[in-house]
Unconditional design. Structure first.
Lengths: 338, 256
């Protein structure tokens, strides 16, 4: 079983970040017309230190542009770190690339299948790159095609596949050589709910055979359902680390009530803070408030009463139960989906 | 070095080439053979060109076919696979140094260029006969030159494929390959530029000159040609230069 470690990972891109990384960086500036301005520097990671145990399902959670794909890129030899180190088991990923690559299977955020080949050939040649003999290759390829429900399309070129089918085949390919560590970058993006459940089942099963899995997601439900531990990252920094349960219970109270009033009233915030069960109140924009509490709906009546006493209308209330989304909001003041 | 992995990638490229065999065949040979037919047969028989032009044309056509095939075989897949879809990713993640992925492409391209060159000789001979006079009196020199030409084509393909963007493929043909072919002593010997002394010196920076002249010297030595030593030095230098440039560009594209 193989674990992963990173120490003070830093990555600054001086050209456009690769594949999916950098969605939130505003890269467009780098592609402008030829100007004499210096190349823009895009900081993707700002000293990320992680320790992922062997056999763990570990999640990287964060909004677009948080540095998730860059972290996966560095751990899979595809991105050169500007500073810091990353290890796969005992191998320094950057210095011992071939040894590192033997241990890993990677599913990129966008399907990067070999368009010149059929589905089955993709698996067979991939097995060939990893030195499997032809008998093993054929057996594993057929099993995986069956498992991922791609058997009837096995002999078709992948060019005509739907997004979901490409994604399934990408995952099958990553598992083809039975890697010790599986990287899944947004694995369920674009999958229908049924296939997502199949994927979750396959991931759990793969993990039970002693393999380490690192997945990135901005889907709370997925992180919650699959990950033993997860780290929440934002702007290339770790902002919270723990089991999904630990992280959720670290949000004051657990419930989040997002309130919107007809106008701003700082005095009201003080009164809200004094309500039973309310742990924290924050001003949100001009006329809103985020209220963290250990109860939800039962507070509405009291809040409405306080608001009308202050001559304000309570225009909108949004109650969410304890979740990773609330945690992210609590730490960053922003929603994960923003 | 992981030879199993290298051979598996080579098998993949062979498989894809087999699948695209007929388009590849047309793409490689149609244009040069039409050229052979018009210039070597129509123009000669109608008296606009001397009979000897048939033999002079043969090495040039062979060089063009080889260079075109090698560049195409390496550059086009690389340009496509490094684009948005990043198809090359599975090979970059294979357990082998990434430079070897590029070297495998060069190796596969060299083989294709060699096959193209060796097929053109009998094909052109069939179209042009009778009247083609070529000899293989120095088979070792011919083999050396042919291999170096094929390698130059594939290394050129690597350097171009890793430097040119998909949107600039048309430009690559009109700005790089076409001038290279016309100023590459393919349709005329280098000595024909005696009356253009400046141009004669300038074209020496064109590696295709050494390719055409080398094949001319080893295939139809009855025509004036550059010395074999100059050809071997020129081709070797360009092979090394293009390979080094190509590998550097490849690594730069492969890792962010």
């Amino acid at each position: 079983m193989v674990g992963l470690r990173t120490r003070d990972l830093r990555k600054v891109y001086t050209s456009s970040p690769p594949f999916a990384a950098g969605g939130g960086f505003g890269v467009a500036a780098a592609r402008g017309k030829r100007t004499r301005q210096p190349k823009p520097e895009i900081v993707a990671l700002e000293g990320l230190t992680l320790e992922i145990s062997p056999g763990e399902v570990f999640g990287l959670l964060g909004p677009n542009g948080a540095g998730k794909t860059t972290t996966v890129g560095i751990l899979t030899t595809r991105v050169r770190p500007t500073a810091g180190q990353a290890w796969l088991g005992e191998h320094d990923v950057w210095k011992e690339q071939v040894a590192a690559k033997r241990l890993i299977g990677v599913v990129a955020q966008r399907p990067n299948l070999d368009f010149s080949l059929t589905a089955r050939e993709i698996l067979l040649f991939h097995g060939g790159y990893f030195g499997l003999d032809s008998g093993q290759r054929a057996k594993r390829a057929d099993n995986l095609l069956e498992r991922f429900k791609l058997r009837d399309r096995a002999h078709q070129l992948v060019r005509g596949f739907s997004g979901g089918m490409m994604q399934r085949l990408s995952i099958a390919r990553a598992m083809m050589h039975d890697p010790q560590v599986l990287f899944l970058d947004e694995p369920s993006a674009g999958l229908d709910p049924q296939t997502r459940l199949l994927l979750w089942e396959i991931i759990r099963e793969y993990n039970q055979s002693g393999k380490t899995i690192l997945l990135t997601t901005h889907n709370m439900e997925e992180a919650d359902a699959l990950c033993h531990r997860l780290v929440i990252i934002d702007h290339g920094r770790s902002i919270a680390l723990g089991t999904p349960g630990e992280l959720k219970s670290s949000v004051p109270g657990g419930f989040l009530l997002r309130l919107r009033f007809s106008q701003q009233c700082p005095g009201l915030l003080e009164q809200l803070r004094c309500l039973a069960g309310v742990r924290e109140v924050r001003l949100n924009d001009h006329s809103g408030a985020d209220l963290y509490a250990d109860r939800g709906g039962s507070l509405i009546g009291e809040i409405a009463a306080l608001a009308s006493a202050a001559n304000l209308d309570l225009q909108d209330v949004n109650i969410s139960e304890p979740s990773l989304e609330n945690l992210f909001l609590h730490h960053t003041g922003r929603s994960l989906r923003e | 070095m992981n030879w199993k992995c290298f051979l598996a990638m080579l098998a993949r490229d062979a498989h894809v080439a087999r699948r695209n065999f007929f388009p590849l065949l047309l793409q490689t040979f149609l244009q040069p053979l039409m050229f052979v037919f018009i210039f070597g047969r129509v123009m000669v028989r109608s008296g606009y060109m001397p009979e000897a032009y048939k033999s002079l044309l043969l090495p040039g056509i062979m060089a063009i076919s080889m260079v075109f095939t090698g560049v195409w075989a390496v550059a086009m897949p690389l340009i496509a696979e490094f684009q948005f879809t990043r198809e090359i990713e599975d090979r970059l993640l294979a357990p082998m140094e990434i430079s070897w992925v590029a070297i495998e492409k060069v190796f596969a391209g060299t083989l294709q260029a060699l096959i193209a060159g060796l097929v053109v000789i009998p094909a052109a001979w069939l179209i042009l006969r009778p009247g083609v006079v070529f000899s293989l009196r120095t088979p070792v020199s011919f083999a050396c030159v042919t291999v170096l030409v094929a390698l130059f084509a594939a290394c050129g393909g690597l350097a171009l494929g890793c430097s040119v963007d998909q949107t600039h493929i048309g430009l690559m043909f009109s700005m790089v390959l076409t001038p290279m072919i016309f100023f590459g002593c393919t349709y005329y010997p280098w000595s024909a530029l005696n009356n253009f002394p400046v141009l004669q010196k300038v074209v020496l920076i064109n590696p295709l000159v050494y390719a055409s002249e080398g094949l001319r010297g080893t295939l139809v030595p009855q025509f004036p040609h550059l010395s074999l030593v100059a050809v071997l030095i020129g081709l070797t230098l360009f092979d090394v230069l293009l390979l080094a440039t190509g590998l550097r560009q490849f690594r730069r594209k492969a890792v962010s």
